[in-house]
Design a protein around this ligand. Structure first.
Ligand code: SF4
Ligand code: SF4
Length: 340
């Protein structure tokens, strides 16, 4: 699949960075094998370093050497600090890794430095303000993420600072193409021309000229061939106004399925017990809206949410303009997402 993709014009290979070392090793080993016999020189390789696992500045070189060794390459074209958000960014800064990264750029082990991001616009701006030598940023972006984490505002901000933007999860990890609720399927069938939801989703992302490239997980040759054909044809700023309206209707129809009417305004934050109610509600709403409890549950547990510390002080509920009974709703969310 990898070689077919490269032979067909794919020129950017993005290596994910799972938290488990064995998974990272296996993934890099497979990609490294695919890139032998001259394929390495036909693509740019992007890899990332799991920021949450960093403990000291030598870790930077250790992780870089590890991934280049597994890939059997002597340099990476793009290297990103993985999983930056409001929690990991201050820790990473404190570890003083930038001199190490700059040395790696100077001696050619990496060409461009960036970061993979998962948080809101303000956090993105803080990271961009906090270091001046970023070349690219990578974050999830789909028509359902137009206004948050970090949304179109974040896309424009990064592009205006001269960063390349690499979009991941353009179809929300398949959630926009599987288990499509009836109310949404009906809107898609009214579309002219008729296109599969995956095609609408990808075209919407590609339509933004600030997007430099899109990386999407693919699991079969047929899916790859389909996406390659689409990428050849779809260009920025080509969606018509009726097509934009159609996608807005789908977005609104999805939002109507959210069981908790949380807007993500974050007026209920900070919580004295460090509970991130807006994020928990987002995960819970996504589970219901996309009919995908497994993904929401694994994110809930990966992000280590836990409401057991909540003392029901109700500070959050008093601050909520939508009058959401937050402690009660948190219990419902934990009931669904906290289990196995
Ligand atoms: S009720 Fe619970 S979640 Fe809300 S502010 Fe108090 S401790 Fe935090
Ligand atoms: S204040 Fe209410 S609407 Fe705003 S993020 Fe908190 S729960 Fe959601």
């Amino acid at each position: 699949m990898l070689r077919y993709a490269i032979d067909s014009g794919v020129n950017y290979i993005n290596l994910d960075c799972p938290a488990h070392r064995a998974q990272r090793k296996r993934l890099a080993g497979i990609v490294g094998r695919g890139l032998r016999e001259g394929y390495r020189n036909r693509v740019k390789i992007a890899a990332c370093l799991p920021s949450s696992l960093m403990d000291s500045s030598p870790d930077f070189d250790r992780y870089l050497d590890e991934v280049t060794g597994w890939l059997r390459v002597d340099r990476l074209d793009f290297f990103a600090f993985g999983g930056l958000d409001r929690e990991t960014w201050p820790v990473l800064r404190g570890l003083n890794l930038f001199p190490r990264a700059e040395k790696a750029m100077a001696d050619g082990r990496i060409e461009k430095l960036g970061f993979a991001f998962r948080d809101d616009y303000q956090t993105l701006r803080a990271i961009l303000d906090g270091y001046g030598n970023w070349s690219f940023v990578q974050f999830p972006f789909s028509f359902m993420d137009s206004d948050h984490r970090p949304g179109i505002g974040g896309l424009n901000l990064a592009a205006s600072r001269g960063l390349a933007v690499v979009v991941t999860e353009p179809l929300k990890g398949g959630r926009l193409t599987r288990n499509i609720p009836e109310s949404i399927a009906r809107i898609w069938t009214e579309a002219t021309p008729q296109r599969p939801p995956a095609e609408w989703g990808l075209r919407w992302v590609w339509d933004n000229p600030e997007v430099s490239t899109v990386v999407s997980d693919m699991s079969s040759i047929a899916q790859l061939a389909q996406n390659l054909a689409l990428a050849d044809e779809a260009t920025a700023e080509t969606l018509t106004v009726p097509e934009q309206v159609l996608i807005s209707r789908v977005r609104e129809a999805y939002r109507k399925l959210r069981p908790i009417p949380c807007t993500g305004c974050r007026s209920c934050i900070p919580c004295p017990r460090d509970i991130d109610a807006p994020r928990i509600f987002e995960l819970y709403n996504d589970a219901v809206m996309y009919g995908d409890v497994a993904t929401a549950r694994s994110l809930y547990q990966l992000e280590k949410h836990n409401i057991d510390n909540c003392d029901e002080c109700n500070d959050c509920a008093r601050a909520c303009g939508r009058h959401i009974p937050i402690p009660d709703k948190l219990k419902i969310a934990q009931g669904l997402l906290g289990g196995k």
